[in-house]
Design a protein around this ligand. Sequence first.
Ligand code: AMP
Ligand code: ZN
Length: 449
Amino acid sequence: MNSLKLTNSLSRKKEVFKPNNIKKISLYACGPTVYESPHVGNARTLVVFDVLFRVLKVLYNSNVTYVRNITDVDDKIIEASQNNKEDINEITNRVIKIFHENCKSLNCLKPTIEPKATEHIKEMIEMTSSLIKKGFAYENKNHVFFAVSKFKDYGKLSNKNLDELKAGSRIEISDLKKNPMDFVLWKPSNEKDPGWDSPWGRGRPGWHLECSAMSEKYLGKNLDIHGGGLDLIFPHHENEIAQSCCNNNTKNFANYWVHNGFVTINKEKMSKSLGNIISITDATKKYSGQVVRLALLSAHYSQPLDWNNKLLENQRATIEKWYQLYEENNEEIPLKEIDMLLDDLNTPGFIAKIHELYANANKGDEKSKNFFNSACKLIGLFDLTKNEWEEFKKVDKDISEEFIEKKIKERLVAKQKGDYKLADKIRVELASKGVIIEDKKEKTTWKFK
Ligand code: AMP
Ligand code: ZN
């Protein structure tokens, strides 16, 4: 059988994937922290692991369990709630809804299980108690810390020793820790913050603990593949390994670690802190989910991917061209035709192969036409029928929520200055793009026509 190869971050080598049990393949990918609309960088992780899930399903049929968690308790969420003056549950429910819509528009398959951190607090408390009992963690003033010096393999995934890690990272300084590198498993919550009763008082879990507890519950003590973005290697994944291996007395937590590279804009990582994010909602509204998806797959997952208009215009032209040979078929593609994907998810290579199939199909080769359509569907393209694609193209895309809010602000300033002509011009401009604004007592609201 053609076998799958993956670059394992643990060995930094491409390895043949050998599952623990071919009847029970396990894949865990760290999911979003739900405090703001996900951006195109987050979309890359979603799409890369969705392709891996699809490939595993081709190889192992329905014996694949894919778990992607939702982090719905975290300091970033508490901070956002204070900044937006929005209730925590409202924020998390609102963002989870957007996240699910985004996954749908990107045509990502639903993971087998999507556990929420807040629904697994019991497991996290148990794991913390157990780590204290085994001597790997200690309590201090309602906090519980993991003592990194107790785990000799700490730093193995990031390929650094403790001193190097200390020098290279921004670590939270605290008098409560015995070693500055120790990390928190449990911390106290004040009255207003989300909290649960525990042996160490009312509090909440640390982020790393969430994934260790949830992955164990659904996938067991030793999983096949664990994934996420490159930025999660340290400290997040290093800490997950420490917690799980120490608690379970195992040598390996996940056998294969797969990390995707960053989406960048002008060579800088797309991130909220740099203020250069493009939301998935805006990108998919403008270009469609499949154009965004094809763009995300146009580079190898381990490489950086620069996001720019040229990239998107090229992918749009490709999709437009490919729709000329669109067919509703359900034929399976033979394994030998997907060797590029099996070779460390070489999506650019596979896309080149689709171009080849397209060219042959265009010369009248029916078999190539079938394979071409199956290949597109295999990587999650052609989720819209040809008619739906034609309809999508008719909608005016040149509009984002950010643009509308900006225009509404400009109009307010114009009105305050008494420039009613400009204010009216802005209203007409928005109306021409299908946006209706209404002046209410307190503020201006808007809706699409
Ligand atoms: P977060 O919600 O920040 O925890 O991120 C969710 C996932 O998106 C993680 O796997 C991150 O590594 C990944 N991620 C965040 N920013 C980027 C980026 N610019 N490019 C690629 N992946 C990213
Ligand atoms: Zn995680």
